[in-house]
Design a binder for this molecule. Structure first.
Ligand code: 5GP
Ligand code: ZN
Length: 109
C-alpha cells in the first residue's frame, strides 16, 4: 500500500533495525521504544488490522514472529500488544504486534 509506513519499511524504502524476518513477517525495533526491548512484528503483506485479516494464517505467522523475537532478544517474559482502531492507540494502520520486554510491566489500563 503506497502511503503505508510499514509497507515502506518492508519494501526497504524506509530504514529500520531488523530483529527477525522470514517469508511472512518482518520484525524491527520501534522508533520510539516504550521499554528496553520494543520490537514491532508486521506481516509483509498489507492488512489494516486484525479486523481486516482475511486469512487466519496471518495471525499464526505474526505470533510465530513474536516468539522468534522473544527468543532472539532473550526475553523470558514479555508483553504482546495489538492495537485496533484509533481509540485503542493504533496509529499505523498496517497490522502489527508490539513485543515489549526488559522491564516490569504495569497493570493493564
Ligand atoms: P500503534 O500505535 O499503531 O500500535 O504502533 C505504531 C508504532 O509504530 C508506534 O509505537 C511508533 O513508535 C512506531 N513507528 C511509527 N513510525 C515508525 C517508523 O518509521 N519506524 C519505526 N521503527 N517505528 C515506527
Ligand atoms: Zn502496509
Amino acid at each position: 500500500m503506497a502511503n503505508c509506513v510499514f509497507c515502506r519499511i518492508v519494501a526497504g524504502e524506509i530504514p529500520s533495525t531488523k530483529v527477525f524476518e522470514n517469508d511472512e513477517v518482518l520484525a524491527f525495533r520501534d522508533i520510539a521504544p516504550q521499554a528496553p526491548v520494543h520490537v514491532l512484528v508486521v506481516p509483509r503483506k498489507h492488512v489494516d488490522s486484525v479486523q481486516g485479516m482475511e486469512e487466519a494464517g496471518v495471525a499464526a505467522a505474526l505470533l510465530r514472529g513474536v516468539a522468534a523475537v522473544a527468543e532472539k532478544e532473550g526475553l523470558k517474559s514479555f508483553r504482546t500488544i495489538m492495537n485496533t482502531g484509533a481509540e485503542s492507540g493504533q496509529t499505523v494502520f498496517h497490522f502489527h504486534a508490539h513485543v515489549l520486554g526488559g522491564r516490569k510491566m504495569k497493570a493493564m489500563g
